[in-house]
Structures are given as structure tokens and as C-alpha cells.
Design a protein around this ligand. Structure first.
Ligand code: GLU
Length: 514
């Protein structure tokens, strides 16, 4: 749409305004990202405003979760954090103004009264709307009621006019204010409700564009009318499509994790999540699927945001995460995986053996090595790097690392002897196969004990047998205790000759069990 292009000269200032009433949601993260990209693309500013006027539901822990989530995603704000709870004085000024201008009035209707009114309207099949009882109270009546300390709210005298705006994503949008009725805009002189607070804040913070979820589109006419009453300039709007689950209903916990922190915990890389949420509603117009933050800033435009709902495809997220995992250097990937190994209590840092740090993704300590908790062996970073490296190709999320590699940190593996069986092999055949591997491996010198050599020698033998699985399957199963793992050559190199032979011995024992 041309709107966006025309605005290029004006100062772009955008914001997200989450309420800290729950964990930082993936939908809010998408809104944050689109605002951020739009701001960065146009050398504008991205602002974070915490909408914490609902005192009962707002919690500091959720505010922290929002900040932590933004930090993890690499979405930086350009100004200090604003909290609505700290802005009562500002609001009071405007609430008074609306009252003085006769754009708003005190309403003393009782809750029960309003509820009865609503039920009556619903029973007639009418949408509920305030009947305007207190709209024309005289100054004297109001004064009297206030003197008697009757409880009240402040309502907006919603004018009867058509509201039309050009949404940068949805195009022409039209509302009839008649359907809105006199909405409550404040609880008292200093506590505005959502619609009014937003209008005041967006004006005070010189916001130029409001980019937010489509679920807010019905609030937009209310906000436009309030802007007009307060003499504020009109803003540009862009309402982002809903995020849907695979069943095309609004994304919710039923579909899986919705909190950004949950994805972080599971080991999704920020790059993957950013790439993924950028494509939730934005279409680059090409086949390209991989976008770094920098590329997104360059290529993003509201014109390419779709109107229809954006389906959350978890498989695509996994695929992207795998892609970004493979892009990491082995060092970096190992650093990223270590917290998960610590959390699974397979390892402990030498300096801090007792303290298991849960759910962290950057190591908050320096350590010269790690202790394997089960065997008490001391290992170093390079050893862990070897282990992580052989799983770099198949890792989809970091949290999988402990389950994939736990057998490296165990003394004895426990498994059912069936695991050792390749096809129809008998117990004796398995035992002989294990013995064969033992024989071959014991002949390899420790200094030549690497995956290339192991592969060459064992493969040659496997070829002679014909069905390679007859030699390699029992060997791999004996070393890993798992149905699927890295190759026996890679595993054996890391375990070393002695442990490799020990595991073959254990496997022989398991296969001899009744
Ligand atoms: N507090 C609202 C929310 O979290 C903000 C909506 C807006 O951007 O105006 O959805």
C-alpha cells in the first residue's frame, strides 16, 4: 500500500504494549518483531510500554519474562521502558479535560443495574450497549452523588459518527460508532482503562504507527474517537493477522507451547525463532526461507503482510532450528548444549559441583572442566565438543542433547538383550559378533584408535561377513545402549579403547542372560 511509502519522510515511532498478565506469548513476540523491523528499516524508534493498569492480574515476574524474551530474541528497545502504572498524573490531566469538554461523564449506575440491562438486551437479541442513563445528569446531581461517595466510573460520550480508516494491511475499514455506545474509559480521575490509556500514551510517546494483532481491530474505532475528542492527530494502523494452530483455530496452549521462554528452554535458537515468526504472516514474495535479522530489516515491509490467518507450523520451526544448529561452530554449539547436560545431571562443573543451574543458556560461571557425576571422571570442554559434534547433524533442538548423548556419561549401560539383535540373529551369533568386534578392536593401537581407522578395519570385516549389520549393529548397540545413535566408529573413538572393550564385555554378559 502506498501509505507506507508516503510515510518514509516522517519520523517512525512504534511500540508494543503488552500487559504483564502472562508469559511473553509467541504472538506478542511476532508483534514485537514486526514493529522492530518496521522501525529499523525506516530508521525509526521501537518502544516498549508495559500496560500494567490491571493491578490484580499484572505481575512483575511476567514483566521480567517479557524483557528476558525480547533480550533472547535480540529485539532491543530504543528508549527506556514505560509503565502505565507510573503515569497516573499524565492520565489525570486528560481525563479531566474530557470531563470539562463534556466528552465524558460520571456514571453512577450500579453493577446489578448494568447487568440486568445487558441481560434484557441480549434476550431481545440485541448487542449489549449502555443505555445512557447518566449521560445527562445535571452538575448538581453529580455533585450530590460525589458528596455521598457513590461509586462511579467515567464514560465516554461516544459521538455518533462513521469511523473510516485505511489499515496498512487490511485496507479500507469502516465502523459505525452507534454500535459502540458510551464505553467506560476510566475507573476514576487517574485510572484510565485500556482504550483511553493507549490513546494518551500513543500521543504522549509520539507514536506514528500502530502495528498490532487483529484482535484489536474493534478497539481502533473507539481509540480514533477518543483521539478526536482530545484533539490528537490520527495514527496509521496495521493490524496483523491472527496466528492459527494447524486446525486453523486461534493458536492456544492446546496446540503446544505458546510462551517464548518455553521455546527457549526447549533449545530453540533465537535465530530460528526470529526467522520462523517473521514468516508468520509476512511473505517475502520469493522462495527464500532463511532470513537473518539483518536480512529481515532490509526486506521487511507491511505491504507483504497477509490479511488471512498465519498457520503455526511446528515442523518448519524444527527444520529452521536444525538449520541454524548446523550453522553453529562446534565450540558455540557445545557451549549452548552444556546447560542441558548440567540440567540432566549428567555433569557438573568442577568448581561448582553441587550447583546445578537450571534452564540457563549462557554459562554463568567459568570452569576448567566438568565432572561426570556417575563415574566421577573429570573431562574438559574439548571432550564435550567431540560428543556434541557427532550430533550436530541430527540435533533439532538443544534439549535433545542429553537424551542423545547420556550413554557417554554412564559407567554401565542397562538395556534389553533384544536391542543387540540384528534381524534374526541367534543369541550365539550375537555373542560371536561381539567377540569378533572385541578381537578386532583389541588389536588396534591406542594411538591409532580413531574413527577413520575403526571404520576402515571394521567395515572391511563387515564386508567379508556380507550382511554388515551382523557385525555393526550389535557393536553400535553395545556402545550406545540405544536403537539409534551416531556410528559405532564415532562413538568408539570418543569412548576410547578401554571403555569400548568394557562395553562389549558388558554386552556379552547381557546377551547370555536368560
Ligand atoms: N495491551 C494490549 C495487548 O497486550 C496492547 C494492544 C495495543 O497494541 O494497543 O494486546
Amino acid at each position: 500500500m502506498s501509505g507506507e511509502k508516503e510515510e518514509k519522510l516522517e519520523k517512525i515511532r512504534v511500540r508494543i504494549a503488552p500487559a504483564p498478565t502472562g508469559l511473553f506469548h509467541i504472538g506478542t513476540a511476532r508483534t514485537a518483531l514486526f514493529n522492530y523491523l518496521f522501525a529499523k528499516k525506516h530508521q525509526g524508534k521501537f518502544i516498549l510500554r508495559i500496560e500494567d493498569t490491571d493491578k490484580e492480574r499484572s505481575k512483575l515476574e511476567f514483566e521480567k519474562d517479557i524483557l528476558q524474551g525480547l533480550k533472547y530474541l535480540g529485539i532491543e528497545m530504543d528508549e527506556k521502558l514505560y509503565r502505565q502504572s507510573e503515569r497516573s498524573d499524565i492520565y489525570e490531566k486528560y481525563i479531566k479535560k474530557l470531563l470539562e469538554q463534556d466528552n465524558a461523564y460520571h456514571c453512577f449506575c450500579l453493577k446489578e443495574e448494568l447487568e440486568a440491562q445487558k441481560q434484557e438486551q441480549l434476550s431481545r437479541g440485541k448487542p449489549p450497549k449502555y443505555n445512557g442513563k447518566c449521560r445527562n445528569l445535571s452538575k448538581k446531581e453529580i455533585k450530590e452523588n460525589l458528596k455521598q461517595e457513590k461509586s462511579f466510573v467515567i464514560r465516554f460520550k461516544t459521538p455518533n459518527e462513521k469511523i473510516i480508516f485505511n489499515d496498512l494491511i487490511r485496507g479500507h475499514v469502516e465502523f459505525d460508532s452507534n454500535l459502540i455506545g458510551d464505553i467506560v474509559i476510566a475507573k476514576n480521575l487517574s485510572t484510565p482503562l485500556y482504550n483511553l490509556a493507549v490513546v494518551i500514551d500513543d500521543f504522549e510517546m509520539k507514536i506514528s504507527h500502530i502495528i498490532r494483532g487483529e484482535d484489536h481491530i474493534s478497539n481502533t474505532p473507539k481509540q480514533i474517537l477518543l483521539q478526536r475528542a482530545l484533539g490528537f492527530p490520527e495514527l496509521k494502523y496495521a493490524h496483523l493477522p491472527l496466528i492459527l494452530g494447524p486446525d486453523r483455530t486461534k493458536l492456544s496452549k492446546r496446540h503446544g507451547a505458546t510462551a517464548v521462554s518455553e521455546y527457549q528452554k526447549q533449545g530453540y535458537l533465537a535465530e530460528a525463532l526470529i526467522n520462523f515468526i517473521a514468516l508468520l504472516g509476512w511473505n517475502p514474495g520469493t522462495e527464500k526461507e532463511i532470513f537473518s535479522m539483518r536480512a529481515l530489516i532490509k526486506e521487511f515491509s507491511l505491504e507483504r503482510v497477509q490479511k488471512g490467518g498465519a498457520v503455526f507450523n511446528a515442523k518448519r520451526l524444527d527444520w529452521l532450528n536444525g538449520f541454524y544448529i548446523r550453522q553453529k561452530s562446534p565450540e558455540k554449539l557445545t557451549e549452548l548444549c552444556i546447560p542441558y547436560l548440567l540440567e540432566a545431571e549428567l555433569l557438573a562443573p568442577i568448581e561448582r559441583q553441587k550447583e546445578i543451574i537450571k534452564g540457563l543458556h549462557e554459562l554463568p560461571f567459568k570452569t576448567t572442566g566438568y565432572k561426570i557425576l556417575e563415574t566421577e571422571e573429570i573431562i574438559n570442554f574439548d571432550f564435550l565438543k567431540k560428543i556434541v559434534s557427532i550430533y550436530q547433524e541430527r540435533l533439532k533442538k538443544l534439549s535433545e542433547i542429553s537424551e542423545l548423548t547420556d550413554f557417554f556419561f554412564k559407567d554401565k549401560l542397562e538395556y534389553d538383550k533384544e536391542l543387540l539383535r540384528w534381524k534374526e540373529m541367534s543369541d550365539d551369533e550375537i555373542k560371536n559378533s561381539l567377540k569378533k568386534s572385541e578381537e578386532i578392536i583389541s588389536k588396534i593401537n591406542t594411538q591409532d584408535f580413531n574413527k577413520e581407522n575403526l571404520k576402515n578395519i571394521l567395515m572391511a570385516e563387515a564386508e567379508i561377513i556380507g550382511d554388515r549389520g551382523k557385525l555393526l549393529w550389535p557393536l553400535r548397540a553395545a556402545l550406545s545402549g540405544k536403537k539409534a545413535s551416531a556410528t559405532p566408529f564415532e562413538i568408539a573413538e570418543i569412548l576410547g579403547k578401554q571403555k569400548t572393550l568394557k562395553r562389549l564385555g558388558q554386552a556379552k554378559e547381557i546377551v547370555s542372560r536368560k
